[in-house]
Design a protein around this ligand. Structure first.
Ligand SMILES: *Cc1c(COP(=O)(O)O)cnc(C)c1O
Length: 383
């Protein structure tokens, strides 16, 4: 019997102990026990984000934290730059447009990373200065990692804030918030934090807080200064997602126990093994040059077409994977390797991929994908 496996780039599988931690009898969110939980979570989030700043906890999906950074950092009519290389880059532009900002899009072909030089040129192209540049650390729709470190290194020398959607990056690969001089970093619970959806997180730098104090966009629920004031007293402005925060407490404890080095190495290895496995099966990657360690996007020829592959994964092997979105629909599959992931998840995904290709009559089954993946682990000295 095939045990169901969720390998979509959000939500991801939840470890059993985490699932149980979210199912305890409810605590009162203004009571002393829950304050203790929040106190621990505050410290754990600082560790995760590699920052001395408070990391705000919102009851929302990841998009809520994206919107929160827009409405807290920008003022009416501000000019902003958006790196637009996939669905989530588009989302930054949509949110900024919804709040009446003057959005300049820097379009990047889907499957490629933005060149830091292109961002620098766009920011210094004359005209009104930019309040902020918005980008993804990991563009989940294409499996691309954008060069956040390089971009933050020069925005910190300017008046422009560097606002990063780290929703499939935080907890996957390094994004040291303070060290790199990122101004705002957001994530969500259902990606590398291996929780159910419903929590969103945001950290702001000192100069982002200064911008927040000046900003005049309308906001009420997502008032980050108000959240910060409450968090400093180990509480939240509104009723928090109590059960999810209890799960988060356990997840952050596990992450601290594992440590950044091992956490990032484990994800990097799984990602490398997944990419090697796809190549071993004779398939092409959508983003060979700047792949994200969170998700691998694999081009699927037609026949069989990505839709048939996704369907066969689910029906034949009880594995849920994602197809492409929008212009990539039917052309790629996306396999996640975030969270509670080890080599056997990778091996299971690749053996299923190979079997699916066999079932659909496209390729003989010979173990080439799995062999390539295991070689990556062996060469890394991981057995
Ligand atoms: C999942 C995701 C989001 C947020 O989506 P929600 O559905 O609002 O949680 C935003 N950006 C990226 C890069 C993502 O992967």
């Amino acid at each position: 019997m095939n045990r169901p496996l969720l390998l979509t780039p959000g939500p991801v599988s939840i470890p059993e102990d985490v699932r149980l931690a979210t199912a305890r009898p409810l605590l009162y969110h203004r009571g002393p026990e829950f304050k203790e939980v929040v106190g621990r979570v505050r410290e754990g989030l600082k560790y995760l984000f590699q920052t001395r700043e408070e990391v705000l906890v919102l009851a929302a999906s990841g998009t809520g934290a994206m919107e929160a950074t827009v409405v807290n950092l920008c003022s009416r009519g501000d000019r902003v730059l958006v790196v637009r290389g996939g669905k989530f880059g588009e989302r930054w532009a949509e949110i900024a447009t919804a709040f009446g900002l003057d959005v300049v899009a820097l379009d990047v072909p889907w499957g490629q990373a933005v060149a830091p030089e292109a961002v620098r040129e766009a920011l210094s192209s004359g005209g009104r200065p930019f309040r902020a540049v918005f980008l993804q650390a990991s563009e989940t729709s294409t499996g691309v990692a954008h060069p956040v470190r390089e971009i933050a290194a020069f925005t910190r020398e300017t008046e422009t804030l560097c606002v990063v959607d780290g929703i499939t990056a935080v907890g996957v690969f390094p994004l040291p918030f303070d060290e790199w001089g990122i101004d705002a970093l957001v994530t969500g619970s259902q990606k590398a934090l291996m929780l159910p959806p419903g929590l969103a997180f945001a950290a702001l730098s000192p100069r982002a807080w200064a911008a927040a104090a000046r900003s005049d966009l309308p906001r009420f629920y997502f008032d980050l200064a108000r959240e910060r004031k409450n968090l400093l007293k180990d509480t939240t402005a509104w009723t928090p997602a109590i059960s999810l925060i209890e799960g988060l407490d356990l997840v952050l404890d596990r992450i601290r126990g594992e440590g950044h080095a091992s956490l990032f190495r484990r994800h990097a290895l799984a990602a490398r093994a997944m990419r090697a496995g796809a190549l071993g099966l004779g398939l092409d990657l959508l983003a060979p040059d700047a792949p994200s360690d969170a998700v691998t996007a694999i081009r699927i020829p037609d026949p069989p077409g990505a839709g048939a592959v996704v369907k066969r994964f689910r029906e034949g092997y009880a594995i849920t994977i994602a197809g492409g979105q929008d212009r990539l629909k039917g052309r790629i599959i996306r396999l996640s390797h975030m969270g509670d992931i080890d080599r056997f998840h990778v091996v299971r995904a690749l053996s299923a991929l190979e079997s699916v290709f066999g079932d659909l009559g496209v390729r003989a089954v010979d173990g080439a994908g799995v062999a390539a993946a295991l070689r990556v682990y062996a060469e890394a000295g991981a057995g």
